[in-house]
Design a protein around this ligand. Sequence first.
Ligand SMILES: Nc1ncnc2c1ncn2[C@@H]1O[C@H](COP(=O)(O)OP(=O)(O)OP(=O)(O)O)[C@@H](O)[C@H]1O
Ligand SMILES: [Mg+2]
Length: 456
Amino acid sequence: MSSNVAEMSPPRLLVADDQPDVVEAVRMLARAHGFDVRSAASPAAVLALCEAEDFDVCLLDLNYARDTTSGIEGIELLTRLRELDPTLPVVVMTAWGSIEGAVEAVRRGARDYLTKPWDNARLIATLTAQLELCRALRTVNRLDAAAARSRSAELPAIVARSRAMQQVMALVERVAPSSASVLITGEHGSGKEVIARALHAASARSARAFVAVNAGGLADGVLESELFGHVKGAFTDARTDRTGCFELADGGTLFLDEIANMPHGQQARLLRVLQTGEFHPVGSSRARRVDVRVLAATNADVARQAADGKLREDLVYRLNTVEIQLPPLRDRRDDIPELARLFLARARGGPARRLSPSAMDALLSHAWPGNVRELEHVVERASLLATGDEITADDLLLRPRDAAPRLEDMTLDEVERYLIERALATQGGRVSDAARVLGLSRSALYRRLASLGIRS
Ligand SMILES: Nc1ncnc2c1ncn2[C@@H]1O[C@H](COP(=O)(O)OP(=O)(O)OP(=O)(O)O)[C@@H](O)[C@H]1O
Ligand SMILES: [Mg+2]
């Protein structure tokens, strides 16, 4: 790892701490390991520096004496830093024994934490790991942005080696050409969006737009204007007309994700569009007519959601003209080797080009509660961690699922993932219920799910 760091321009470390002796000690240590170090003693100075210059990693003291000039504390500063540069990894430092602060910091997007007094080797290892992750992410972001336009219509490779997936793909081929609604069900990360895109790509609509909306992640009114648009003056903030997703998807496909969490009022509106092909933008009396194929997805048990009154039965009936059920990854292990190789080829991390036999065994026997997305992340992380040309079982950092995990053996990221996955499992995959159990707002949980890759 360290050879990688040395080859590129010196990594830039920002130390945000108000204790001069701490700053000096970190500066000397980090310099000796090739870092270019800048420091700032007050939160206001940290933000100013970050706005003026690019950094590759930030070490942030959580126990700021409250900065009297700006009134910003460590946690709040972390939030502001994340807004300024979401790709900047922030490692927080906290006094020994105040782990709650670190947990809160991770909730707000810190990548890792260290306790004071720190261990020099661990500090450098942590900064180096975050630095490499950051560089990899920034490269991927750049490449993705550049390729996005030319590639947007292109379909990513779909692995379907297992019998179960072959049946799914056969069904996709059969129903793609029609304009029938399709309901795609399956656990988190099992590939529902991949299948939705495949349906669009294989249809006569493929040259037109594929528009994806998270129907369960938005408040009632926000979702209404997202879907149907609004006219200027429809409500206080409506300063201009806005085109809704139904209009954007005209001639193409509208993908409604998280349909089971869609607010009731919008379910009624959606049903009307499906029945009549017409809708009204918010604040407009003029009906618009569109030709949109609707695909919907959920990880919830639709029958139960309907029985509980969360999903309108007539809407379910309209949406599931065809239902495609995606099996969880643990029920189609034949796909694992090819998926792993695909993700490894895609990962732009370290030098590893293949998986060792024991690594492959470990992948094949893991339970994969997070399905394909979890596998993707495990392989990506391993490719960053592997030092040789082969990924070993150790690089995968897989934990046996049946042994109760020991929190003290886990990184904060892993603790967070574990708690979130457990909450989702105990709440039957319902994000809003899991959020309540975790003490998070639903949107905050969605952000964490996205950044941990538990769902998109
Ligand atoms: N069969 C597959 N072949 C290749 N890649 C796949 C396959 N299935 C899923 N993936 C990849 O796994 C990740 C998760 O897939 P996707 O986003 O479609 O899952 P999802 O079911 O919509 O998840 P969620 O419920 O969390 O929204 C994506 O990066 C996707 O490209
Ligand atoms: Mg999805």
